[in-house]
Design a protein around this ligand. Structure first.
Ligand SMILES: [Zn+2]
Length: 173
């Protein structure tokens, strides 16, 4: 899939994911970087290149951070299922996004205690229609219907009840 086939928000998300991935996993493994720092750098980078307005860069960074945090927690809880999920019928791009997210999540294991504390403070991650997310199952907070959000693009509203709020689907990734 070429860059132009993707929704602009997904393009921005994917570019930021690639930069964060490069910085975290690309080199100098003996000198681990902090996820927050690396995401901030990737935001600045996108703004300096004129790819994103600063408010967009904040948003995209938050989407990415939420995915990494959520996958980090999930990987810790259900490492086997998380990896099996990659073997499922995802497109090349989706597999790439999920693979990178899981590798970053794995790399950030050292930060997990902090991430877990933050995630618990926020109770549970919530996704809104219009947000961008990596491939995952989302559960409608209103009617409980499970949505397989695999196609790259902003999250749609619930096809069943029209609600716009989701939590992580109970079925494991
Ligand atoms: Zn619903």
């Amino acid at each position: 899939m070429s860059q132009t086939d993707k929704h602009p928000l997904v393009n921005a998300y994917y570019r930021m994911l690639e930069r964060v991935y490069e910085k975290l996993l690309g080199n100098e493994p003996e000198n681990p970087r902090k996820l927050d720092e690396v995401i901030d750098e990737a935001r600045q980078h996108a703004i300096e290149l004129g790819e994103l307005e600063s408010s967009q860069a904040v948003k995209i960074g938050d989407y990415l951070r939420r995915d990494v945090e959520d996958f980090a927690l999930l990987t810790l809880e259900k490492a086997d299922q998380a990896k099996e999920r990659i073997q499922q019928d995802l497109s090349e791009l989706e597999r790439d996004i999920l693979g990178k997210l899981l590798e970053i999540a794995d790399q950030t294991t050292l930060e997990l205690n902090a991430i877990r504390a933050q995630a618990e403070m926020r109770q549970q991650h919530e996704w809104l229609a219009g947000d961008v997310s990596g491939p995952r199952d989302l559960e409608c907070k209103h009617c409980g219907k499970l949505h397989h959000h695999n196609r790259p693009g902003p999250i749609g509203q619930c096809g069943h009840c029209g609600n716009r709020h989701y939590r992580r689907g109970k079925r494991v990734h």
